[in-house]
Design a protein around this ligand. Sequence first.
Ligand SMILES: Cc1cc2nc3c(=O)[nH]c(=O)nc-3n(C[C@H](O)[C@H](O)[C@H](O)COP(=O)(O)OP(=O)(O)OC[C@H]3O[C@@H](n4cnc5c(N)ncnc54)[C@H](O)[C@@H]3O)c2cc1C
Length: 277
Amino acid sequence: MKPVNFDYARPADVGAVLALLDDQSRAVKLMAGSQSLGPMLNMRLVQPDLIVDLTGVAELRRVEETAGDLVLGACITHADIEDRRVPDVTRGALPTVASGIAYRAVRNRGTIGGSLTHADPSADWVSMMAAVGARVRLRGPSGERTLPIEQFIVGALEVDLAANEVLVSVVIPKLSSRARWGYYKLCRKPGEFAHAIGAFVTDPERGLCRVVIGATETRPYIVTDARHLLGDVAAGGPAHKVDPATVDAFMAEQGMHDPVDRQIHVTAFRRAIEQAR
Ligand SMILES: Cc1cc2nc3c(=O)[nH]c(=O)nc-3n(C[C@H](O)[C@H](O)[C@H](O)COP(=O)(O)OP(=O)(O)OC[C@H]3O[C@@H](n4cnc5c(N)ncnc54)[C@H](O)[C@@H]3O)c2cc1C
């Protein structure tokens, strides 16, 4: 199938994007890398009257560093991160995760803002940005608001973003030299969407000890203080001390009822922890 006919605009600043979104008379859809939107258009799952292409907005490609954070514009691509065209403040975590997203053609065009807004529970940024404690900045007609990823992503393919708002940037905390991280994506072929994801970031200097169990049927399980799941590991003990039964029980509590599903997620979780050691 092919998309329905639509108008196309490529504004140069966020103000103009917001003005176009404000048009109540037609269905407006934002487009970044089009790696998720393109297939949805082709299958006519979305039928907009107007596509607003964000790739001409310079602000959305901006990169800024503050004392504690790196701020990446929403249209920074997976390849920008993989190739370290933007600074890495995560001790290699984000470039490593970027390199495992799909294949190079997708990474050249796909953006962090698009991936987080699409909020596919199997998407790599959804899990890793949550594990690292990233926040998103959203701008609408009445100004800007900032949300941690765990509040932004409210369900599978569902985010806290009003129809007249744009995700403008992602704020990533700078990890200290004492930080450790692990990321394990379980999939049959390299570049596939994950069947299970385990992500773990700990940084004693920033008070971070976060775990994400991703590629679930709903939004990923984001544990902002994961010490109860980690046992000795949180205190610097050996990875094999993670008790699979505790993690399994946690997933059952979250609503993962299929024991096979829980088993592959426990495995991804344990491998992420082992990697961090
Ligand atoms: C073959 C293939 C394999 C893939 N494999 C993986 C994989 O292994 N792991 C993975 O994580 N992803 C994978 N993806 C998805 C890919 O990472 C996409 O880049 C990503 O999901 C969407 O980003 P995008 O920039 O292309 O967004 P688009 O497709 O342009 O947009 C996606 C959605 O976000 C909205 N949107 C985009 N930008 C903004 C913004 N700044 N503010 C508000 N709304 C916005 C759009 O309106 C749309 O609803 C794959 C894609 C393909 C085609």
